[in-house]
Design a protein around this ligand. Structure first.
Ligand code: GSH
Length: 248
C-alpha cells in the first residue's frame, strides 16, 4: 500500500496517474497547505522541502518516503519495472524529457498560472512567464510531431509528468497570444486528448479532483497572514528571514 499526500495540484496528479497506470494500491491523504500543514514536523520528516506530493511506500522493509514528484515517478517505475525503458538510448531519451518537465515545463507553467491568478497587474512578470510558457508549449508540440509520445515510442514517465500541467493550464493557456491558445497546436492536442481517454487517467483525475472541496474550504479559511506564509511574502518573506531584516 502506498500513501499519497497531496492536494488538487498537477504535481500530485502525476503520482495518482502513475499509481493508477501501475495498478498499485494507494490511499490519498489531503494536506491543508493553506493552514501550513506542510510545515508540521511529521510532514517535514517526509519532505524537508515542505511541499506536496509525497508518497510513502509501506511495502517491504518499513515505510519509505519519497518527495519531489519526478523522483517519486522514478521510484515507482523502478519498483514496478513499468513505464520507463530499463537501459540504453530509449531510457536516456525518456529521462531527458522527464527532466525537461521537472526543470523547465513545470516551473514555467507554475509561474505563469501564479501571476495570471494572483497578480495579473504585474504586467512585466505576466508577459515574461506567458512568453516562456508559449515557447515550451510550442516545443512540446514539435516533439509530439516527430514522436507519438514525449517518452519516445511508448507512453511513459515524461508523458505522465507533463500532462497534469497542461490540464491545469487548459483554462488559462487559451488566452495565450490573444486567444489563439494551445489547442491550436495539433500534436499537443492529440497527445493531450489521448491521455485524457486512458482509464488510468480518468480514475486518477477523479481521485485528485475529489480533494477540491477540501482545498476550496482550506483556501476560504486562510486569512491574509496564512496566504502570505503560503506565498512567502510580507512577514513570511524568506529573504527577510535569511538576513534577519524587518519587513519595510
Ligand atoms: N518540485 C516539486 C514541487 C512541489 C510543489 O510546488 N508543490 C506545491 C503544490 S503544487 C506545494 O506543496 N505548495 C505548498 C508550499 O509551497 O508551501 C515537485 O515536483 O514535487
Amino acid at each position: 500500500m502506498i500513501d499519497l499526500y497531496g492536494m488538487t495540484s498537477p504535481n500530485v496528479l502525476k503520482l495518482a496517474l502513475m499509481l493508477e497506470e501501475c495498478g498499485l494500491d494507494y490511499r490519498v491523504h489531503h494536506v491543508d497547505v493553506f493552514a501550513g500543514a506542510q510545515h508540521d514536523p511529521a510532514f517535514l520528516a517526509m519532505n524537508p522541502n515542505a511541499k506536496v506530493p509525497v508518497i510513502v511506500d509501506n511495502d517491504g522493509d518499513g515505510a519509505f518516503a519519497v518527495f519531489e514528484s519526478g523522483a517519486a515517478l522514478l521510484y515507482l517505475a523502478d519498483k514496478t519495472g513499468l513505464l520507463l525503458p530499463r537501459d540504453g538510448r530509449a531510457r536516456s531519451t525518456a529521462l531527458q524529457w522527464l527532466l525537461f518537465q521537472a526543470s523547465t515545463v513545470g516551473p514555467a507553467f507554475g509561474q505563469y498560472v501564479h501571476f495570471f491568478r494572483y497578480a495579473p497587474s504585474e504586467i512585466y512578470a505576466l508577459r515574461r512567464h506567458e512568453s516562456e510558457t508559449a515557447r515550451v508549449l510550442g516545443l512540446l508540440d514539435r516533439r509530439l510531431g516527430e514522436s507519438a509520445w514525449l517518452s519516445g515510442d511508448s507512453y511513459g514517465l515524461a508523458d505522465i509528468a507533463t500532462w497534469p500541467g497542461v490540464r491545469t493550464g487548459d483554462a488559462i493557456f487559451p488566452l495565450l497570444a490573444n486567444g489563439h491558445g494551445w489547442r491550436t497546436l495539433p500534436n499537443l492536442r492529440r497527445w493531450f486528448d489521448n491521455i485524457a481517454e486512458r482509464s488510468a487517467a480518468v480514475r486518477a483525475t477523479a481521485a485528485v479532483d475529489a480533494l477540491l472541496p477540501q482545498d476550496k474550504a482550506a483556501f476560504a479559511r486562510a486569512d491574509t497572514d496564512a496566504l502570505d506564509r503560503f506565498f512567502g511574502r510580507g512577514r513570511h518573506d524568506h529573504a527577510l528571514a535569511l538576513t534577519g531584516a524587518e519587513p519595510a
